[in-house]
Design a protein around this ligand. Sequence first.
Ligand code: ZN
Length: 391
Amino acid sequence: MIKKSFFVIEKNNGKVTKLPYSSIKEYLLLDLKTKIEKGEIKLRCECSDEIELKISNAKSPYLYNATRQYKHSKDCCRHPEFVGSSPYEKAWSYDEEKGIHIVRIEGIYYATQLPEIKKTNNKVKNNVIYHEGIGSNKGVSTVFGLATKINMMAWEGMVLGNKQRIPIDKYELAKHVYGMASRIKLSSKRKTLNEMFYKQVNIRTVKVKKDVYFVYMYVDHNRLIEEDILHDKTKKDILYCKDAFGKTNRFYVEKEEFEQKKRIEPHSSEYVVAGFVHKEDLYHKCMTLYNYCLIPVSDRGLYSESSHEKNIYDQLCKKELKFYKPYLPIEEYGGFIPDGLILDKRKDIIFEVFGITGMPSYDIRKKEKIAVSKTEKFKSKFNFKYWEINK
Ligand SMILES: [Zn+2]
């Protein structure tokens, strides 16, 4: 049995409450921290009676193992080698002491991996996982898997964190993506993703094919790809993007590859461009996006898997409802990952946006989800709501 929860033990009456590690509200953590300091409660991991948990002092607090001599068991999600079963877990691990998420990612090194990435990127659909792990090896994430996860983490971080609200616009979300990146590290790099973030640099000081930066920006849909002509008359395609401050940035892309990436994600006219850039040639005037993805997003920047989902997210935003898009399985929901979760004073609401696909496997899953939502286990924690959308 996989362990993904911890226990809150009240000292005076021994009452035990089980809480999941993921998607925990910040004010709840701070409340627990105060109670620990007052000596009213104790926290311990589900995997072992010996592991007592504490809550960090960081600006965004997190749980960590307070006992160095005892380690989490291998089937506990807090074990550094734990491999989860869902796409957004498989390539990720967690450093509990530092509160940092570590991801294995494909193709940061240009020369050896690029041809293979180009080949796999030419597919009809984006994948979250590049390849699955075997044995104790973890899976490897695609850049799409990394970027969509940070997008959802940043949004969730705002709703569950000290802001306790949804972003006011896509630029505010992009600033939170930047902040969230300080808690993410690529397994092959010493720097955090935040430290790798692209800042406008003097291109002449950048080392060719050596300095690598991470980009997370919005494609400027009012400005088409333009051509740049280099001193030796070679032509380059320039993509215009806007960063978190609305400032324009330019990168080289291959126009055809860019259009193909757009074609496979047609759910919105608004895109995030995310991935890695480097300087490809000494004489280049812009950095080149060499391993990147396009993410279709809602008006306020949330990753949307279909146009129906985007419409619902936009509607919820107009109503200023507090909601987020979960990326990890929810135990009470039969291990499914819903399209969204609305926070509610009485009971949080899990929601789905069902399309009419004509795919039997989709309809079976839909029936299963509705059935799970009627179980006592589910109803003790959540309410359920769904939209059925006819094309
Ligand atoms: Zn544990």
